[in-house]
Design a protein around this ligand. Sequence first.
Ligand SMILES: NC(=O)c1ccc[n+]([C@@H]2O[C@H](COP(=O)([O-])OP(=O)(O)OC[C@H]3O[C@@H](n4cnc5c(N)ncnc54)[C@H](O)[C@@H]3O)[C@@H](O)[C@H]2O)c1
Ligand SMILES: [Fe+2]
Length: 384
Amino acid sequence: MAAMNRFKFHYGPQVVSGLGASGDLDPYVPEGPILFVTDANLRALGLTDRALASLRERHEVSVFDDVQEDPHEASVLAALDMAREMGATGVVGFGGGSPMDVAKAVAYLLGSGERIADIYGVGMALGRRAPLLLLIPTTAGTGSEATNISILTVGETTKKGVVSNALYADYALLDATLTTGLPRHVTAATGIDAMVHAIEAYTTRRLKNPISDALAKEALQLLSANLITACEEPDNLDARDAMLRGSYLAGVAFSNAPCAGVHALAYPLGGHFHVPHGLSNALMLPQVLAHTMSAARDLYAELAVVMQPGCALLGTQARAQAFVEYMRDLALQAGLSPRLTDVGIGADDLDLLADEAMKQERLLVNNMVEITRDDARRMYEAAL
Ligand SMILES: NC(=O)c1ccc[n+]([C@@H]2O[C@H](COP(=O)([O-])OP(=O)(O)OC[C@H]3O[C@@H](n4cnc5c(N)ncnc54)[C@H](O)[C@@H]3O)[C@@H](O)[C@H]2O)c1
Ligand SMILES: [Fe+2]
């Protein structure tokens, strides 16, 4: 516990929160041309209309909307060309984690002039990004609006992270009205992703700290109390607002107390099989919780009480077990498929997945119980 006394903490971007806030961006955006990064689906849905109209009152704006899910670094380079061509001084990222992560990398490369190949990893991007980076999440969510991380697909299938304080945005703008049209499966998957961020921040082996702990608990409370309502009543703005705040808080938590084994085993499912990021987490969560139980039992027991105060009277082991079961049941109730075979993954894929998981060293080092290649393969097999 003494180690808890020594920590550093970064609160991340300034927060602007409010229903409809994305229709009034002007106060936060200084003079100068702006690159607006989003995806084609959000644009077609008309979700970007109000934000774009408010920016265009005073700024030259170019829109880059060619961001795919699990975005490839090629999208960053294409958006960067557009930003340079227009002489952009600021970048606005609007969407789920995919457009926000592209916006973060573009803002960094635009300002620093560095090459993308040189900035993957932790603490490699040490230059200065473009003068404005404003992020507007439309899922709840990755928490990317709060973090110093950009996750990109490199080559055919490998997901790599750029982790650096230069990637913190100036503003995270939280407008829950943007999230009422989220399809149920996206609400469910992204909501579980946010919960896993809070769980992994609270149980991380390195850099666990009391501020992340407090934020992770608050996030889990908000997310667990509102996920099913948000799935079943998509227009319920109270639930949507709570989910957006919860995913943001989880983002601040794991930006300082990093994610671990669940994300390490989830990424190969996204990189190779295009399983949505949140669903990938939901699929691997029960296995990794069981694997990590021996070291994390007390912490799981603490989190159980956050989500189910009624279990406070149980012993540690029973509470920890209740936590694992609660998370599994919640994902099922939200409608997420429980098995890898449901998403087209079979026994032939186990070796590939285990090999890929071992590449996620940045995350594996944070797991409270070591995960070897054999462990990873066994966990994928158990999740089939
Ligand atoms: N940077 C970080 O800290 C961090 C953390 C976790 C995950 N990630 C990354 O984020 C990505 C996943 O992001 P995501 O889960 O938010 O999904 P996403 O951005 O890939 O979007 C998923 C789908 O939902 C649609 N969508 C988004 N918002 C919508 C809305 N309001 N209404 C209707 N449709 C909407 C999108 O158009 C897209 O089709 C992955 O690449 C993952 O690796 C990053
Ligand atoms: Fe995640």
